[in-house]
Unconditional design. Structure first.
Length: 185
């Protein structure tokens, strides 16, 4: 018997899309209280569909936020220079997470967390991307900061500003990149 969860498209995909869309709409509308029944009603599915797949609303919210804040197949810049790669990448991140709908997802994901977590899928995706750029730069013989330095000194400040509704000016990303690169010169 075929594994239905691995099947692309079809009813499962439509239901998941409806659920994700509903969560996005509710977050975008500033819904005060998200619950499985409210999400299910908006998505046009039975609440048991949600209860079966997610342990709680927070887990669903995080999954939707991760899907909204990272994209499968998203490639990182490859300009031939770590500085230019990081600047382009940081600008892409800053523009994306500053968009109102992305900022709402990010804030909702953060507010949904009630306990410390071991890892965050958004951070892990950014870690993979930074590691790819650092590896390529190392192969070219460039001096490189660590991946953790890039996350701490480039990515984290961008997310910080968005989470706390502070402006992210267009010159911020290049300044952050120059600062982290100065650590290794």
């Amino acid at each position: 018997m075929a594994d239905r969860s691995a099947r692309p498209g079809g009813r499962s995909s439509r239901v998941l899309t409806a659920i994700y869309t509903s969560v996005g709409e509710l977050v975008g509308e500033g819904a005060d209280k998200l619950s499985f029944p409210v999400i299910a009603e908006r998505a046009g599915v039975n609440p048991t569909t949600l209860y079966r797949r997610w342990p709680d609303v927070h887990a669903l919210l995080e999954e939707v936020a991760v899907a909204a804040l990272t994209r499968d197949g998203e490639t990182v810049p490859d300009t031939g220079s770590l500085e230019q790669d990081l600047i382009e990448w940081a600008n892409i991140i800053a523009r994306d997470i500053s968009r109102p709908e992305r900022a709402r997802y990010l804030r909702a994901m953060v507010s949904a967390r009630v306990e410390l977590v071991e890892s965050c899928p958004v951070t892990e995706r950014r870690r993979e991307q930074a590691a790819e750029m650092v590896r390529r730069a190392g192969d070219r013989g460039e001096r490189t900061p660590t991946v953790q330095q890039i996350l701490d000194h480039v990515v984290a400040p961008l997310y910080y500003n968005v989470i706390f509704a502070l402006p992210v000016d267009p010159d911020r990303a290049p300044r952050l990149v120059r600062d982290v690169l100065a650590m290794v010169r």
